[in-house]
Design a protein around this ligand. Sequence first.
Ligand SMILES: [Ca+2]
Ligand SMILES: [Ca+2]
Length: 328
Amino acid sequence: MKRSAFGFLVASLFAIRGFAVPPPETSLNTCQATVQNEGKKFVQNTVTAVGTCLKRVAADLIKNTGPVSAATGKACVAQFRKLNDTRTPPADKDITRKFRDAVTKKCEPLFTPSVTHTINDITAHAGGGVTEKIKTVNADLWCKHFGGDGSIDSVSEWEDCLVASFNCEAAAAIASQFPRAGEWLNSIGLFSAMGAVVAPPTDASRTADAINGVTIFNTTLDPDFDGIPNPSCGGGGVACTTACCYVENTAPNSPEVSCYEYTGPAASIGTFLGGCAGTTSIPAVGGPGAQVHTGVVGPCFPAPSPLNLAPCLPGLNRHVLPTDASCP
Ligand SMILES: [Ca+2]
Ligand SMILES: [Ca+2]
């Protein structure tokens, strides 16, 4: 059993004081198990809350062919408050808050004397005291899909990624169960029925929180707000695009073409296209003519090149540059 000097020191101090502290291996495993247990609850509770509201909306509209009822408004306020509670903790007990609190308690190093592992035992970025780590480093790039900075360096950053991906998972389930979820969660009828629910004086933000909860959930369910659910689950979260640079010799007797394809984030694509643009030289061989570079957004295709109308084919004259390392 390998243990960091720091972890050993902490364990020794608590041992001296009479606390029974788990070894970092046990502590780390408790963190991993908590993420699983709490993650399962997060997704189930979110799908249940949203589904309970939508089931009532469906009954009002489909079965009774009427407007969204006052009773549905009331039920939807109760359900969506579970998704968004802006009160100050500990009053705030929404699904996200409960999840983050539970994970922080078992994963944040030294949060309690029982948490004896280090952040590097979780991330595996460097060092760490245990042989087998959780290794969030494997999710560093993937979590960029959910707004991450490409390097999970804290428990809080891992939680950010977990919360965003769980919300997307819940939205995907709702989108398949209720094909009209996007339309209903963005309808005047629902907002009016919910808005009519009077919040108690002891909890003044209740109705407003729930209505905002609808909009927040709908942002993941139907990001373009056209009423048709299209949860991307991170698929549209990283702006890496592909561009092509055609290099053509315009000499009449040697119309050569080659092309270079590159995939990267917006800034790198801008540099690539900037470096590609324009006429760069006048070749002497083959008579008069110019070497013209043309940059286009999108992959290089075997379709005709812009000037010589010649194909650019893989294995012949198409070159694919390595994809930028920051792209998932
Ligand atoms: Ca970071
Ligand atoms: Ca949509």
